[in-house]
Every structure is written in C-alpha cells, then in structure tokens.
Write a protein that binds this ligand. Structure first.
Ligand code: SAM
Length: 282
C-alpha cells in the first residue's frame, strides 16, 4: 500500500477511536459519578486510608511547599468536582475550571451560583481542607467564598486537540502558572499513545517553570460514568507515568502512590491504586 494512503488510513482509524470515546461520554451522569466516587467509603473523612482524604492531603502538601505559585491555575477536566482546587484556590487569584461535557460545566456552575444547588454537599471536603491548613473546620464557608471568588470561568476543553482550550486567549500569553488534572487523561484516551499526546497538549497550556499536579488511576481498565455507562481507561503503572512525563519534557518533583484497600473496591471501576505527581515544566 502507498505510504501516504497507509498513513491516511491509520489517521482515520485513530479518529474513530476518539469518536468512540466521545460516544461513551454521552452517557456520563454527574450525579451518579459523584455518588460512586465522592461519598463513603471513598470519601470517609474519619479514615486516613480513604481515597479522598489521601488525594486532598497530596494536593495540600503540593500547594503549601512554597515552590508552586503565580497568578493563574487551570484545572484540566474538572468533571463535576471541586475537591481538586480546594488547596490551590488559596494560592492563586485566578482559576479556570474546564471540562469537555456541558453537563459537568453546568454542575460546576450550580455550585458556583450558590449553596444548596449542587448534587453533592461539598461541606465536609471544605472542612477537611480547612483542618489540613490549620484552620477551624468552621472556616469552611470562608473557603467556599474564596473559591467562588477566584474562579474566573468554566471553559470547554478537549485534551485531544493540540490547543485544548477554545478560549486560551483568556490565559496569559506564556501560559498558566500551574495545572491540576485529576483522573482525566487516562480516562479519556483510547490508549497510551493518545494519553502521551494529550499530556503533551496540556503542557502547551503551562508556562515554562510552571508546575503540573497530576492525579490518576493505576491499573484501571474501565470505570462507570453512570448506570450502565462503562468508560474504558488506559491501564497505567508508575513506570509508564514517569516515562510519559519524561517524554513530554517534565522534571519529576515527586511521585506518590496509594493502594486501594479492599473495601474501597466498590464495583464502580477496577482501579487498583492512585498516583499523585508533582512535576515542573523546565
Ligand atoms: N476531575 C474529575 C475527578 O477528579 O473526579 C473528573 C474526572 S472524570 C473520570 C473524567 C473527565 O474528563 C470527565 O469530567 C469528562 O467529561 C472529561 N473529558 C471527557 N473527554 C474529554 C476530553 N476529550 N478532554 C478533556 N476532558 C474530557
């Protein structure tokens, strides 16, 4: 077969892989997703081995070590959740939340719009992060107000595009000072090649010297994005995560790994662990 024709055929097949992924996400249900992943036992604040307190601890440490700073923070693939920016909102004055799906952006807008309107009560999360910061849990409403005040916009994003944000004009010319992204790249990519490419694409949103805080699933091949909505995931191990970061030119600052206790395996995915990465773009 002619080389150009072969290349075009491969390109069309890759395009189809992305379309299949997009089709899976059409059934994503933010309410079910929040229920599966952001309620006990996965979000049990009385248990230090629960997955959510572990994630919040990693993010708290990363944002308070003194090396992460600047003006603009971007959260890539926010989904319907805000836990991932509860520490960062104290460090950055401008925050962009982003997601591919309008239903998730709507869910985020509902929380931003006021109390009592979102599908999950984020109060225990706010209280927990206040405690990590050495504040009284009763300061949670101040933290909520702080977060609401720093969110500049909720933007559509597609990490499979070389310019993932349609409205990247809203970012400083050199890029954001910090990126956070949790459980996004591996759960929207058909395979490791797409994962690596997406990691490269989001790197374009970050200024040189800026930090990437990446949380993701280890050993996961699918998760449920709603009732009967099975979404394929790229099963990753630590070595692959490190190799992908290196290939994209990041300097690894720290990798932490959490192993899921048996009772956190609640049948909504087949995840075996979680990684947390702090990396720097040279
Ligand atoms: N960050 C949230 C969390 O920590 O729970 C949500 C993670 S959820 C597993 C994956 C998210 O990626 C969903 O919110 C989904 O809408 C979003 N997504 C799907 N396709 C995407 C794409 N092409 N680019 C960016 N985000 C995408």
């Amino acid at each position: 077969m002619d080389r150009d024709v072969k290349k075009e055929k491969e390109g069309n097949e890759r395009e189809k892989d992305i379309e299949a992924m997009v089709a899976c996400y059409q059934g994503f249900d933010p309410v079910a997703y929040l229920q599966y992943n952001y309620t006990p036992p996965r979000a049990d604040f009385d248990r230090p081995d629960s997955i959510v307190p572990w994630k919040l601890g990693c993010l708290h440490r990363a944002f308070t070590e003194g090396d992460v700073g600047g003006k603009v923070l971007v959260d890539v693939g926010s989904g319907p959740t805000i836990y991932q920016v509860l520490s960062g909102c104290e460090v950055f004055d401008t925050l962009f939340l982003t997601d591919f799906l309008e239903v998730n952006r709507q869910e985020l807008r509902r929380w931003l719009g006021g109390e009592g309107c979102s599908s999950l009560d984020w109060t225990p999360y706010l209280q927990h992060v206040c405690k990590l910061e050495g504040r009284s849990p009763s300061a949670w409403s101040e933290k909520a107000a702080r977060l609401r005040s720093v969110v500049s916009d909720i933007l559509p994003i597609d990490v499979h595009r070389s310019s993932p944000l349609q409205s990247s004009a809203k970012l400083p010319g050199a890029g954001a000072d910090c990126l956070v992204s949790c459980f996004c790249l591996e759960s929207v990519s058909p395979d490791l090649t797409f994962f690596n490419r997406a990691l490269g694409h989001i790197g374009g949103l970050l200024r040189p010297g800026g930090h990437l805080l990446l949380i993701g699933a280890l050993g996961e091949s699918y998760y449920m994005g709603g009732r009967g909505v099975r979404i394929p995931v790229v099963p990753l191990d630590e070595a692959q995560v490190c190799a992908s970061l290196k290939a994209c030119g990041y300097t690894l600052v720290r990798l932490e790994v959490y192993t899921l206790p048996q009772d956190m395996r609640v049948g909504v995915d087949d995840v075996t662990g979680v990684f947390f990465v702090k990396a720097r773009k040279p």
